[in-house]
Ligand binder design. Structure first.
Ligand SMILES: [Zn+2]
Length: 398
């Protein structure tokens, strides 16, 4: 009996080592899997959520807050750091890890999503994107080579190939095809430009919602020696069903691939769970932090809008038994007061809670995968993650 030929994988000597610890059971059931990604600054257990530190900070939190929340890897934005304070300045100051005092893994995105989202402020051609800064209107140009140079200067554990994402549901097939083809050329150029040996490079699948384009893009990206495979162009304007169909195509073709799969931009616990079930390992989103700063706290089976009047006299913690600093020490009434008084502590406490909720939920998923009970526990996990039950929008936890 011969071993099956290994599937495609990363280049030899890669600074990222990924191991699937518990593979999916096979057959028609879940594609969820437990994994371990070893990077220069530490180990990332998967499935995993990456908090987003746009400007080299997860808004309102410091590195100790992130460590306490259980974050093992964070994402920083290449576009924002290139414009301010500048990648060369960060390199001169010892690189991004030292600059932001985060000694654990970091992933930088390619800037592609930000620059192509600038609307009238950008112009795309086959060589790259010319855009105007959202800060001061100055003109800049990103090419695959420049995106890689900026990311090498920042020095994250993982860099990402430059791509052209498009809103999946509202873009014509011809336009998706053109952006996908361009993304493929840019992936090859990103690989050729990348030289930093202590930094992994992930490639991005595009292809929108069209099964043929999504399949072709998956096949193309997996043929290249990236260290990980990003699934891009989703978490946009598509429905959950459309996203699931596109994921089914991509992950179906990645079955024998030995690299981590990262779905870019997905953040609600319910969405994370469904994508894990479809075989995704890594996620990032600003969502838990953004809604927290608006006063939305995630709790099992629902959400709380702390600005609602009823919480001003509520002496209970936001979530009974939650290990975060907010729930350990303070009441709903106190947080409601902080938000009304626009006290800065409100944003930190609320963000800590949503981050702990999200990261603990991922830990719960991993624990179910480890013990082989994920399929059996799926209904319970779905009920826990359900943040938008019809008729239960404003409350309730218990
Ligand atoms: Zn809490």
């Amino acid at each position: 009996m011969t071993e099956p030929a290994p599937g495609p994988g990363p280049r030899p000597g890669s600074p990222a080592r990924f191991e699937v610890l518990v593979p999916p059971p096979g057959g028609e059931g879940t594609r969820a899997r437990l994994g371990r990604l070893e990077l220069p600054h530490g180990v990332v257990e998967t499935p995993q959520f990456m908090p987003v530190g746009t400007n080299a900070t997860v808004k309102a939190l410091d590195p100790a807050d992130l460590e306490e929340a259980g974050a093992s890897i964070i994402l920083a934005n290449t576009y924002h750091l290139y414009l301010r304070p500048g990648h060369q300045r960060i390199a001169r100051l010892g690189g991004l890890h030292r600059f932001m005092a985060w000694d654990h893994p970091i992933l930088t995105d390619s800037g592609g999503f930000q620059v192509v989202s600038l609307g009238d402020l950008r112009k795309i051609d086959d060589d790259g994107v010319t855009f105007q800064s959202h800060l001061d209107g100055s003109y800049h140009r990103f090419t695959p080579e420049h995106s890689i140079a900026v990311q090498e200067a920042l020095g994250a554990d993982i860099a990402v190939a430059f791509d052209q994402p498009v809103p999946p549901a509202s873009t014509s097939r011809a336009e998706v095809a053109r952006a996908t083809e361009r993304t493929h050329r840019w992936a090859e150029r990103s690989l050729a430009a990348h030289s930093r040996p202590d930094q992994a490079l992930f490639g991005i699948i595009q292809g929108g919602l069209d099964p043929q384009l999504r399949g072709e893009s998956t096949a193309f990206m997996t043929s290249l020696p990236f260290e990980g495979i990003c699934i891009g162009g989703l978490a946009g304007d598509e429905t959950a069903e459309q996203r699931a169909a596109a994921l089914d195509v991509a992950v179906g073709l990645l079955e024998k691939d030995r690299r981590p799969r990262y779905l870019m931009g997905l953040g609600s616990p319910a969405d994370l769970l469904e994508a894990v079930n479809l075989g995704v390992d890594m996620f990032d989103s600003v969502l838990p932090a953004r809604v927290a700063r608006n006063g939305q706290l995630w709790v099992p089976g629902g959400k709380i809008n702390i600005r609602n009047a009823q919480f001003q006299d509520d002496a209970r913690p936001v979530q009974e038994g939650c290990r975060c600093i907010l729930c350990r020490r303070f009441s709903r009434a106190y947080l409601a007061h902080l938000f009304r008084a626009e006290e800065l502590l409100a944003y930190r406490l609320a963000t800590c809670h949503n981050m702990v909720f999200t990261l603990d939920f991922m830990a719960e998923i991993r624990s179910a995968l480890r013990s082989g009970t994920f399929d059996a526990r799926l209904p319970q996990l779905r009920a826990y993650a359900q943040l938008s039950r019809p008729g239960a929008s404003a409350v309730q936890s218990e």
